[in-house]
Design a protein around this ligand. Structure first.
Ligand code: PLP
Length: 471
């Protein structure tokens, strides 16, 4: 083993070899390059200790230069990278939720790369408000009197409760005390805002009288939460909005509705269960609603608050609003996204999230066959053995929206001849760009729903590379 350790080439030899092979890498700051080289040999030392390397000659620089350069290049890649999403989960939380419409990414790019009138009123040349950028659009699309946008929907809930309920009570049904993945829990956010949670009803049934009996002199609001990510079936009752509205009015309490995803469009024609749109909830009497920008809306991460003007004014005056505000990139992308909603058909067509939800099963079957055929051709030409089949399956909206709702799709299912599908999955994560799919029925599967036709060439390339590596 000592002999093996002594066979590791010196730093000078490594740096010279890198320089001879790749002048660009050699121009990196020397301490950075040295660290990366040291890092590489430390990995090799572990392999020596584990007796996975036993041949000293394999350690010569001629034999290790390839892997060393690959290691250096890998370490220089950005951490946050583009990923090909072939999971069929549209609002994939781990892959950044919604992707933006072209119009929205161009707007964000504009705001990022030059100055913009973020807080300047160009009509007067005076100071303006960043809230004016999106307020008019949110009002038009939801029918609300006023609106305010903050960092995300968790921030929206926090700001609303902190403003209206701190040191008081808010009444919530036990069936609506939800946890959203990523550590957002209604009881915790209430506690953080200094709101005492007055739980009413039971897990599966809450009646209007439960709310009524809970009202006392400390009650500051009634809070309704859309049970976004789960469904109670069977013996179940929740109080409908009009009844809550009447009760809130009788006691002069604001009715707050955390809508979670917040649909602008109605997706029942896609076979999804009817969910109230933001406009319907506002028209139905909620005094203030809030929802995410990057769930079904298909925009950037944001929390949109819409409702009565006197309440929105109060939120604006709360110092927390400053701490929770959005940046210019987000506002630019959100404005462009909302603008597309002025024509709902255009929104469905141009915004990736609603567009992917709307894709038809027959079109997806054609897409799967077209993608599968390309991959088959490429693998055959490269002499790589892999069985490719197509199977009817389901896609999910994801992001804690439309739980248990199935969107019919067709998967391309790949079974490599020489290894387990798990190995193919792991290898694809190491490709550039990484390709994320799903393991099902003992195969590695690609769902075309979350891929663009323009991605097929890259999907085919990385699939061929990954298969070549594992063969
Ligand atoms: C998703 C969700 C949230 C949190 O929204 P973020 O935009 O992720 O902060 C809050 N409430 C409900 C009901 C949700 O579905």
């Amino acid at each position: 083993m000592q002999e093996l350790f002594r066979a590791i080439p010196s730093m000078d030899i490594c740096l010279k070899a890198i320089k001879d092979e790749n002048a660009d890498l050699a121009r990196l700051p020397q301490n950075l390059l040295k660290d990366l080289v040291t890092d590489f040999w430390n990995m090799i030392r572990v392999l020596i200790r584990e007796k996975k390397i036993t041949d000293a000659s394999s350690l010569a620089i001629e034999n290790q230069l390839g892997p060393l350069l690959a290691h250096v290049r890998k370490k220089l890649r950005p951490v946050l990278r583009r990923v090909l999403n072939a999971t069929g989960v549209i609002i994939h939380t781990n892959l950044g939720r919604s992707i933006l419409a072209r119009e929205a990414s161009e707007a964000a790019m504009m705001a990022a790369s030059g100055y913009c009138n973020l807080e300047m009123n160009l009509a007067t040349g005076e100071r303006g408000s960043r809230h004016d950028i999106t307020e008019e659009l949110v009002r038009r699309i939801t029918g609300a009197e006023a609106a305010l946008v903050v960092n995300n929907n968790a921030a929206a809930v926090l700001l609303i409760l902190d403003t209206l309920c701190s040191n008081g009570e808010a009444i919530v049904s036990r069936g609506e005390l939800v946890e959203i993945g990523g550590s957002f829990r209604i009881p915790d956010i209430m506690a953080k805002s200094g709101t005492f949670l007055r739980e009413v009803g039971t897990t599966n049934r809450t009646h209007l009288k439960d709310y009524r009996n809970a009202i006392n002199e400390n009650t500051k609001a009634i809070l309704a939460v859309h049970t976004s990510n789960f469904r109670i079936i069977g013996f179940h009752k929740a109080v409908e909005l009009p009844e809550l509205k009447t009760l809130a009015e009788e006691h002069d309490l604001p009715l707050i509705y955390d809508l979670g995803s917040g649909n602008i469009l109605d997706f029942s024609q896609e076979g999804l269960p009817p969910e109230p749109t933001v406009g319907e909830v506002i028209a139905g009497g909620a005094d203030v609603v809030c929802f995410s920008g990057d769930k079904a809306l298909g925009g950037p991460q944001a929390g949109i608050i819409a409702g009565k003007k006197d309440l929105i004014d109060k939120f604006n005056k709360n110092p927390l609003a400053r701490a929770l505000r959005c940046d210019k990139l987000c506002l630019a992308a959100l404005e462009a996204t909302l603008r597309l909603y002025l024509d709902p058909e255009k929104a469905r067509e141009h915004i990736p999230t609603p567009h992917m939800i709307s894709r038809e099963p027959a079109e997806l079957a054609r897409a799967a066959h077209s993608l599968g055929a390309r991959i088959k051709n490429a693998l055959t030409s490269a002499g790589l053995a892999c069985e490719i089949k197509y199977c009817k399956d389901i896609s999910r909206v994801g992001g804690g929206t439309f739980p248990e709702c199935n969107l019919p799709t067709t998967l391309v299912c790949l079974r490599p001849k020489n290894c387990a599908p798990q190995k193919l999955r792991d290898q694809l994560l190491d490709c550039e760009p990484p390709l994320v799919g799903r393991l099902e029925n003992d195969a590695f599967c690609l769902d075309p729903r979350t891929l663009h036709k323009d991605d097929y060439r890259e999907v085919t390339r990385v699939m061929t590379e990954a298969m070549a590596k594992i063969n």
